[in-house]
Write a protein that binds this ligand. Structure first.
Ligand code: 3PG
Ligand code: MG
Length: 397
């Protein structure tokens, strides 16, 4: 992990601090429906403001593709930030130019302002040098607290960090420290759970993990691809028939690296994929031709729980079954509860990330009990893949 400067080495009093946040939160009818990213960001804003900084918040929102799209304005987020902070948050309806300059010029020490969506300018995603300079001209220092956007080499996440003294915010620092503990220099044995629908989206992840962890649990529909690659009939289960060779190569790689792979030995099948559908447990070798596997079975869950009990560190990305559609949430809920119990008992450090994974743990009612829950989706995945995140690399001290 590259070393980076934190707020411990910044005296921001009286300075204009450009704070890159990730306010790309779910919003419906102008209301934030999941405020997790906002809540996790507030300590950084509070600390900077309390120390007398003029805090200028930058963020993207959704994917307006370089144009001003009124529905993708950050304006409602100024109110959400203000409510969370209990302080007034000014808003500028552009992130560069006169509108931004006017708001910044009117700030006093300790004030907080939010600038409009950086992605309203095409220069943002192009990491355009002029656009980066225009952003940088508004501040004296740069603080990046947007780990969840750090896999993007954009002007506000990468270009600007090269133009101003750059620091990691508290949330960025937390994310990096948690991930370092989980995979950089973990307490062994390490178990990783990888689930979700497709092997194709997790190839790099699996490839990197087999070289790093002691035990790899493969769940979700992607497990069907592995079962099929091993010669099992998977009936009407979702799977990727063109990836059997790839799946076998991953298993070989795991074998060479002495990484134990836990695949389902039993699954829960149904003839139709809908809530409350008639279902039953079958051996993974006996999936009927007219049925589909929608969850891993209880015998598999017991093996996963045992792997958790043997482990000291757990990294989790992706649900074990179709958890949004009960009863196919059973395995994910049971495994999540065991991980939570072991974490509470002090025998497991548990780190999770990815939107659907966090939603699954919330559904299981245990999200608070995990050691660390990342705010990132794509960035968490790329980090687990062993890739360098441009937004993090640019902070390297
Ligand atoms: C996210 O929500 O995943 C981040 O904010 C990044 O957004 P993006 O996928 O549109 O770049
Ligand atoms: Mg994304």
């Amino acid at each position: 992990m590259p070393s980076f400067r934190t707020l411990d080495s910044l005296n921001p009093a009286g300075r204009r601090v450009l704070l890159r946040a990730d306010l790309n939160v779910p919003v419906r009818d102008g209301r934030v429906t999941d405020a997790t990213r906002i809540e996790r960001l507030l300590p950084t804003i509070r600390e900077l403001s309390d120390k007398g900084a003029r805090v200028i918040v930058l963020s993207h929102f959704d994917r307006p593709k370089g144009k001003r799209v009124p529905e993708m304005s950050l304006k409602p987020l100024a109110d959400a930030l203000s409510a969370g902070l209990g302080r007034f948050v000014a808003f500028a309806d552009d992130c560069i130019g006169e509108a931004a300059e006017r708001v910044v010029a009117s700030m006093h020490d300790g004030d907080v302002a939010l600038l409009e969506n950086t992605r309203f300018h095409a220069g943002e995603e192009k990491n355009d040098a002029d656009f980066s300079r225009a952003l940088a001209s508004l501040g004296d220092v740069y603080v990046n607290d947007a780990f969840s956007a750090a896999h993007r080499a954009h002007a506000s996440t990468e270009g600007i960090a090269r133009l101003l003294p750059a620091f990691a915010g508290r949330l960025m620092q937390q994310e990096l420290e948690a991930l370092e503990k989980a995979l950089g220099s973990p307490t062994r044995p390490v178990v990783a759970v990888v689930g979700g629908a497709k092997v194709s989206t997790k190839l790099d992840l699996l490839g990197n993990l087999v070289g790093k962890v002691d035990c790899l649990v493969i769940g979700g529909a992607m497990a069907n691809t592995f079962l099929a690659a091993r010669g099992f009939a998977v009936g009407r289960s979702l799977q990727e028939a063109d990836l059997h060779d790839t799946a076998r190569a991953i298993l070989r790689q795991a074998f060479d690296a002495k990484c134990q792979v836990l695949m389902p030995t039993d699954v829960v099948v149904a003839a139709e994929f809908k809530e409350g559908a008639a279902h039953r447990r079958v051996d993974a070798s006996a999936i009927p031709p007219d049925q589909m596997a929608l969850d891993v079975g209880p015998e598999t869950v017991a093996a996963i729980a045992e792997a958790f009990r043997a482990a000291r560190t757990l990294v989790w990305n992706g649900p074990l079954g179709a958890f949004e559609t009960p009863p196919f949430d059973a395995a994910t809920v049971a495994a999540a509860r065991e991980a939570a119990r072991l974490t509470a008992a002090g025998s497991l450090l548990s780190v999770v990330g990815g939107g659907d994974t966090v939603a699954a743990l919330r559904h299981a009612g245990v999200v608070e009990q995990f050691s660390y829950v990342s705010t990132a989706g794509g960035a968490f995945l790329e980090w687990l893949e062993g890739k360098q995140l441009p937004g993090v690399a640019a902070l390297a001290a």
